[in-house]
Design a protein around this ligand. Sequence first.
Ligand code: SF4
Length: 427
Amino acid sequence: MPSSMTSLQTTPARSVSDPSLHAVYDKVVAGERLTIEDGAALYDSSDLWSVCGMADLVRRRMHGDTAFYNVNRHLNYSNVCALSCTFCAFARKRGEEGAYEYTIEEVRKEAAAAASQGATEMHVVGGLHPYHPFDFYTDMLQAIHEEAPCLHIKAFTAVEIVHLARISKRGRDGAEGIRSVLLDLRAAGLGSLPGGGAEVFDDRVHDEAFKGKIRGDAWMDVHRIAHELGIHTNATMLYGHVENRGERLKHMHLLRGQQDAALHEWASSQGIGDGSEVVLSGPDANYPAERLPTTRTCDRGWYQACIPLPFVPDDSALERLYGPSGVENLRTIAIARLMLDNIPHMKAFWIMQTLPASQLMLQMGGADDIDGTVVWYDITKVDGCGTHQETGVQELHRVLREAGLTPVERDTLYRPVTRDGVEWSVD
Ligand code: SF4
């Protein structure tokens, strides 16, 4: 009897009907790392339910039936941008219809409003503004911090960080320039970096869809330096435009390698992995101590969450494309969960996936996080939505409970939040 059949009979996951997935299934059950070829088999299989079943197995090993959300506010401080990425429907030139810019005072008011409504996090990103000086960005962080010191400020994609290095004349200083920008921002109140701007780490895709933006290696350099400084980050993958599935798998492979380096020291101290690979998604017996790094057990930064983002063609220069289907979205998040075995959290970002699809992704597709209450998100408008996209805690609870999951409010660092109305605390 092939070993895959033995595993099928002795593990709790759903059976795998596609023989081409038996070897992958055995690896998942044993907690072994998947190869890019394994990822291709997961993409090629018509047995989507088995792909999801495997993702659900590792998601439940890592998080049980917990479904994370947070109470957050997004602030897109300006859509004025020096670049014109073909997939972007957000950016405007200054003076163009629809262009906007927040003043520092307006930012201050947003922070006060967020704190008064009980938010734990302010998520701040914008275009690459061609005229704001570097001080504008530190002033903005300081204003948020002064007005609402309880808010964790998650701000600026790696693309913006490189832009800030350039406008503060540190662009030619390489890693040292990035490091000194991050230190200045942290001194002004920065808590962590979001994962935007990664798109797909491939030069062909870069040159076709977002030429002018930094390439994947520069994006990863910013995150590596942030991790070295103890700053946590996230990682996105914007897919479903001009890239192919193989390029998505390469993107995941590169992220996973960088996370191995970020977690190396912590994993060695925990007896996890073989010194080069860190797998966090295996069976319980593989983790005699902690399964996942926490701020208590690891003082370096790392990728906390991966957020696969489906491309939304509307109003972009790539409007001729269809964008990914619901099935492709479900399959991609499940494969990301399986491939990214060392990234603790997989987020179904409801703003772009929609709430109903995110619910499915949490229930059966390997996701454990749905993002937050949001209020205002101007980067992407899913068909029929205006810029005001908001949901309440009650609605998130309903969606997660209907999926058979236990909602747990988290802060930006994934610490459980204890809440009494707008008052909250973490241990
Ligand atoms: S994706 Fe970002 S960098 Fe590119 S045009 Fe839009 S706002 Fe500017």
